[in-house]
Design a protein around this ligand. Structure first.
Ligand code: RIB
Ligand code: CA
Length: 313
């Protein structure tokens, strides 16, 4: 029986590849809907990009809802320097035509969780946690109905990628992260400690193109664009691939390793805003609220990703 998931996302090329990977895995993942959030680029663009990706995969049937246009407290922070002005620079995809549902994404999350049996729906978050936190504040009853939240979020030994100490999804809305991390919901976190091991080298990008289908070719074009900034910054032989690691975990958790530890986030302003405080050595009595992943079978990850992209149009 496929696992019901809702994907909360800020596409972004890596989000796009994660969405394609999920859509290429219908036996394991039943995508109930996509909810967009302001993150890599403003909400209007993340929503249009989600439309483009769903149409690329010929899945305009998947409900798409726009969520929050700004963080709970802070001013929006975006990442056009990585993703380009559209947020999906690289391939030239046709202007989208599929509809965006009327209902606000936060209300869709609340209604979907209330309509499902407790523990039936997993939330998959690929961007800032604004929508999830707002849903929890609006409808506290949904917390115990969430099976699990699997999120691309945070960092421990890898420091930050938008500030010296904060990962982007954490930095954009630390207040939202604080609501989610202290909610008591089951959380699995895929941090930079994992994604910085998954480098999209030339040969791996070529393998995507060599699949020969539209989704494989577009994946190579998307990641070739977004890698530019990271390769200059890190000097590695490929850019780290973030969001698809979350889908890979859902499909093959044995590819990953980690530990149940306490994770908090620095809220407010100042130089450490958005920093993840990871009690890896359990030096506090704080509850171990997160399965924090730090190991990954990198060849296994890319093999799985390539295989699932090959199942798409
Ligand atoms: O720090 C990487 C994360 O921030 C990824 O989810 C990327 O898409 C951006 O949202
Ligand atoms: Ca993202």
């Amino acid at each position: 029986m496929a696992r019901k998931i809702i994907i909360d996302t800020d596409p972004g090329q890596d989000d796009a590849v994660a969405i394609l990977m999920a859509l290429g895995s219908p036996e394991e993942l039943d995508v109930q809907g996509l909810v967009t959030v302001a993150g890599n680029v403003p909400l209007s663009r993340t929503t249009d990009n989600a439309r483009k990706i769903l149409e690329l995969a010929q899945r305009a049937d998947v409900p798409l809802h726009a969520g929050c246009a700004r963080p709970m407290r802070r001013k929006p922070v975006t990442a056009e320097h990585v993703h380009g002005p559209t947020g999906l620079d690289g391939p030239s995809l046709p202007a989208p035509t599929m509809e965006v549902r009327e209902q606000h994404g936060v209300l869709f999350i609340v209604d979907a969780l209330r309509a499902a049996k407790p523990g039936e729906i997993t939330l998959v978050t690929l961007g800032p946690l604004t929508n999830i936190a707002m849903a929890m504040v609006l409808a506290p009853d949904i917390v115990e109905r969430i099976a699990e939240i699997v999120m691309m979020f945070g960092a421990y030994s890898e420091g930050g990628n938008i500030t010296p100490v904060a990962e982007f999804n954490s930095y954009v809305d630390p207040e939202a992260a604080d609501v989610v991390l202290s909610s008591g919901v089951k959380i699995t976190m895929v941090p930079l400690d994992v994604t910085h091991q998954c480098l999209s080298t030339r040969s791996r990008l070529t393998a995507f193109r060599d699949i020969g289908n539209a989704c494989g070719i577009a994946t190579r074009e998307m990641l070739t664009f977004s890698e530019g900034f990271d390769i200059k910054k890190y000097g590695w032989d490929g850019a780290p691939l973030h969001d698809p690691c979350v889908i890979a975990y859902l499909l093959a958790s044995k590819l990953f390793g980690g530990k149940q530890v306490n994770v908090g986030v620095q809220t407010g302003d100042g130089p450490t805003a958005g920093m993840c405080i990871v009690d890896w050595w359990r030096v506090t009595e704080k509850p171990a609220n997160v399965l924090f992943l730090r190991e990954v079978d990198v060849p296994g990850f890319y093999k799985l990703l390539t295989e699932r992209l090959a199942r798409l149009p």
